[in-house]
Design a protein. Structure first.
Ligand SMILES: [Fe+2]
Length: 359
């Protein structure tokens, strides 16, 4: 582990959930086609520079902001905190960590009030807010419900070179670990961490970072995800389907990864599980278990390991990317044929894994 991040003496802010992501897109009209016309996210508000989108069941102003800009990147990973005082707590927490912070009483985006943005110790632009405009929750607007309806923002996924360092920092910040991937040497490749009672609000994936791996929206059922695949095929944009559909091992969720016009990765996700008890067991997967990333054993395409979006500092400039110096998951699991189905000989001489055997 590189230099550990100190634990502040002041309390961590009480985070409720991941709430929205602000991404910079280079062609707002093309991005609108993707997120509104193809994926069916609902427009709360828009102008010539930005579009504010929300999922069907959301009651706050937005879950995704598309902002026009010169370089495709992520401007904010925003979390809702439990009360206005917790925004103060977030500001004090990051100041003690020596991080750059910026507080705006009027918010950084439309629809959101008093907020603080920080350049966190891992180099990510994090935001914390409580005040937010309520809008119509469309849950029972079945007249608007599409066959591939996105109903909630589920999680973020961040790429960082040193996963244990990031994990310790996020545990200090109040996140709990639901699952992780390690090898028998103790190298950690990824970790899933939550505040709300699902598998995660964010995950750390080991790799060159800080970068944004994906933002994930939930559907109600598997068939909604299949419909998105069918629709993308019908629209002749199947080249934007990067990976899946499939069933994850980690999280148990049904998944699909697609790429927006700038290459920002979006996951469509459903059917993970409840994690709200304080003694919710942590599941550790072996990096050589072919079912960890896909329960059916389908290979992971190399681009899924290597490609990710830049993130911005508080001035709007891309953060420099630091290389991971530990083993990469792609290096240990993708063979010369470009496929990631490898077998490990177990101690008993039997190839592969028995049901339920993880590290
Ligand atoms: Fe995900």
């Amino acid at each position: 582990m590189t230099t550990p991040i100190p634990t502040p003496s002041v309390p961590a802010p009480d985070i409720v959930r991941c709430a929205y992501m602000e991404i910079v897109v280079t062609d707002l009209a093309r991005s609108r086609e993707f997120y509104v016309d193809v994926l069916g996210l609902h427009v709360t508000e828009e102008d010539e520079n930005a579009i504010y989108l929300r999922s069907l069941e959301e009651f706050i102003h937005h879950n995704l902001v598309l902002r026009r800009g010169p370089v495709a990147a992520v401007a904010a990973f925003a979390y809702r905190v439990k009360s206005p005082a917790e925004v103060d707590a977030a500001e004090a927490y990051y100041r003690e960590l020596g991080c750059r912070t910026e507080r705006r009483a009027g918010g950084f985006t439309k629809g959101v009030g008093d907020s603080v943005r920080v350049e966190d110790p891992l180099g990510f632009p994090y935001e914390f807010f409580y005040d937010v405009e309520h809008v119509e929750r469309l849950t029972q607007r079945y007249d608007l419900y599409s066959a591939g309806e996105l109903v909630r923002l589920d999680h973020f996924n961040q790429v960082t070179p040193d996963v244990p360092r990031g994990r310790a920092y996020l545990e200090d910040l109040g996140f709990r670990v639901s699952e992780d991937i390690q090898d028998s040497d103790g190298v950690t490749y990824a970790v899933w961490m939550h505040r709300k009672q699902t598998v995660h609000d964010t995950a750390l994936t080991g790799g060159n970072g800080p970068r944004m791996h994906h933002v994930a929206f939930a559907t109600h059922e598997k068939h909604n995800i299949i419909q998105i695949c069918d629709k993308m095929g019908a629209l002749r944009i199947s080249d934007r389907i990067e990976r899946g559909p499939g069933r994850h091992g980690v999280s148990n969720a049904f998944y699909l990864y697609i790429l927006d016009p700038d290459g920002h990765r979006v996951e469509i996700y459903c059917q993970d599980y409840y994690t709200g008890d304080p003694d919710n067991p942590t599941i550790t997967w072996d990096v050589h278990d072919n079912q960890r990333r896909d329960w059916w054993g389908n290979p992971v395409v190399p681009s899924w390991y290597s490609e990710a979006s830049l993130v911005l500092d508080l001035d709007g400039n891309p953060q420099p990317v630091v290389e991971r110096d530990e083993r990469s998951e792609m290096a240990v699991t993708v063979g010369a044929d470009g496929f990631s189905y490898t077998r490990r000989q177990d101690d008993d001489g039997v190839e592969g894994f028995k049901l339920g055997t993880q590290l």
